[in-house]
Design a protein around this ligand. Structure first.
Ligand code: KIV
Length: 260
């Protein structure tokens, strides 16, 4: 999967599949099943490290897991998350993004919009592909007052749309939209030429991402309504991943039940 192929997917209206991975065994399995994008998410702070949030994930953690995941990937596009406080200014962003690329990532992802303008600009100048992340931003869970749906009123919806358009103008290649009303995600996906990848953002995004441990039913406790356990029917990991790919490609997932 290359960047230009991603854009073609959007033009052809073929849905893009993305799962998180944190080690080589899972990334190899996802890659062999044909998942389009593998994301080394900082959700590893929750599902691997057992933290309450992602705020304790370090650059060293991300590099360790990115190296492991990269060893299992052959065809999928590999994106790695920049962790909390690793992109507070342009110089720091560039240095840390380069470390993730050296570890095997083809693209880096970080959360936020206008407030990180100089970080987006410096990566664009240095030809480092970037994935944006708007809507619910787990690294800002404290400021956002918890894991809540974003963009529900006119002002916050406009801010997300404006940020999305700004990110596209700053060379961002892909945009994750997390926990936003399906109607807003549809509008953003329509206005952008870059692909949007939704998680709790409705069926009209250009692709869908889930935390792999959530969609395999490994994560315990109360899960957000956008999660579907794809392992429940077959009890087989490969079958679950194939069911996820099939459901996303055929627009059977997410349903209204998984959307806001
Ligand atoms: O860290 C992560 O897993 C993510 C996804 C939820 C998109 O950012």
């Amino acid at each position: 999967m290359t960047l230009s192929e991603l854009k073609i997917y959007k033009t052809k209206a073929e849905k893009i599949t993305c799962l998180t991975a944190y080690d080589a065994s899972f990334s190899k399995l996802f890659d062999e099943c044909g998942v389009d994008i593998i994301l080394v998410g900082d959700s590893l702070g929750n599902v691997i490290q057992g933290g309450e949030n992602t705020l304790n994930v370090s650059m060293d953690d991300m590099i360790y897991h990115t190296k492991a995941v990269a060893r299992g990937v052959d065809s999928a596009l590999l994106i790695a998350d920049m962790p909390y406080q690793s992109y507070t200014n342009a110089e720091q962003t560039l240095e840390n993004a380069k470390r993730l690329i050296d570890a095997g990532a083809q693209m880096v992802k970080f959360e936020g919009g206008f407030e990180h303008k100089t970080s987006f600009e410096i990566l664009q100048k240095n030809n480092i592909p970037v994935c944006g992340h708007l809507g619910l931003q787990p690294q800002s869970v404290v400021e956002m007052g918890g894991y809540k749906v974003q963009g529900q009123d006119k002002i916050s919806a406009k801010k997300i749309l404006d940020d999305a358009l700004l990110l596209e103008s700053l060379g961002v290649c892909v945009l994750v939209l997390e926990c936003v009303p399906a109607k807003l995600a549809a509008r953003i996906s329509n206005e952008l030429t870059i692909p949007t990848i939704g998680i709790g953002a409705g069926i009209n995004c250009d692709g869908q991402v889930l935390v792999s441990y959530d969609m395999l039913g490994i994560t315990q406790g109360r899960l957000p309504k956008f999660v579907k356990n794809f392992l429940a029917d077959s009890g087989d990991i490969k079958a679950a991943v194939n069911a996820f790919i099939h459901s996303v490609k055929n627009q059977e997932f997410p349903t209204d039940q998984h959307s806001y």
